[in-house]
Design a protein around this ligand. Sequence first.
Ligand code: NAD
Ligand code: DAU
Length: 339
Amino acid sequence: MKILVTGAAGFIGSNFVYQQLEDHPSDQIIALDSLTYAGNLKNLDGCKNNPNYKFVKIDIRDRESIYRLFDEECFDIVVNFAAESHVDRSIENPQIFLETNILGVNVLMDASLKYGVKRYHQVSTDEVYGDLPLDRKDLFFTETTPLHASSPYSASKASADLLVQAYHRTFDLNCTISRCSNNYGPYQFPEKMIPLMIHNALNDIPLPVYGQGINVRDWLHVRDHCKAIDLIMRKGRNGEVYNVGGHNEKANIEVVRTILKALGKDESLITFVTDRKGHDLRYAIDPQKIHAELGWLPETRFEEGIQETIQWYLDHQEWVDEVTSGDYQKYYEEMYGNR
Ligand code: NAD
Ligand code: DAU
């Protein structure tokens, strides 16, 4: 099989490429990325000599280049990770989110129809459901929870999901959608909470916790997310949505304390800063459908996964130094300077 992985140089995309090459050694992987600030070709260094792997630098909004690629390669499966993915950036500058996350998806779906792709998989997010109250631990997102996005990022992802479903109904696009909770693990860019807090703690920089740190996220190791996508795109039912999550809810402050403890740093580094606008309170996934239909269950417990992740960042200081130099410093100053 020939598989196109878009957004392959980002956090989840790169983990997914490694997993595909390892678990399906007879498949061919074409890794595509436009290499925005979040895309890093070094993330894929470990597979550059694999004969079943090839990288192409293309923007998913570039219809002409995408069509040319699809014409040349005849993909069996397209799995789309490419996106602007950071909520805080979407609050500062929504436009690029609409362009990549909606119009880019439109280009990929048109190409999939035109060139006979057998399965288009859209990597979506639990954020399309909005949030849940903190005091109703009995409530979870299911696949039938109405879409109710809060940020420009989640609205753009929800729009893409609606478009994928419309292409399925109207044009018979063979497709699946996965909606996963928060991922953590290697290669995550330190604008997201976990790698940002690890980086700051290591450098004795204050850890900026939004609001009171009581917002809850449902954490899943990136490896488990990749395995879920692998199952869905190969075996999931045409036109279906699958929620992915591991019942692992944690308040942000709890995660931050875990990181400080693991690094032997003092809690006085915690600084409560102005809350995120429209900050979603709680995410919690009901993964019953993917378990029942595809037998998926998470394999990594947070307690071990977070220690392994912290160790990865400790062992990859060169990677961290590179991605936190230059533009990152400007971003950090703009985002946190007067917060
Ligand atoms: P990321 O920001 O680390 O990676 C996104 C990648 O897409 C980058 O390599 C970037 O260069 C590339 N990209 C951006 N715009 C592009 C364009 N126009 N053309 C081609 N490539 C482009 O994001 P991530 O955390 O790896 O997320 C990947 C996907 O998974 C996203 O669609 C996101 O919505 C979804 N998701 C993420 C999480 C999470 O916790 N990180 C959870 C659920 C779903
Ligand atoms: O739920 C899936 C989503 O998870 C994905 O769709 C998004 O792409 C991904 O970025 C993530 O969104 P979040 O907004 O939940 O992740 P983030 O790491 O930005 O923030 C996690 C929580 O930590 C959130 O409640 C905000 C808080 N936070 C974040 C940062 C960056 C802080 O308190 N301080 C920070 O500096």
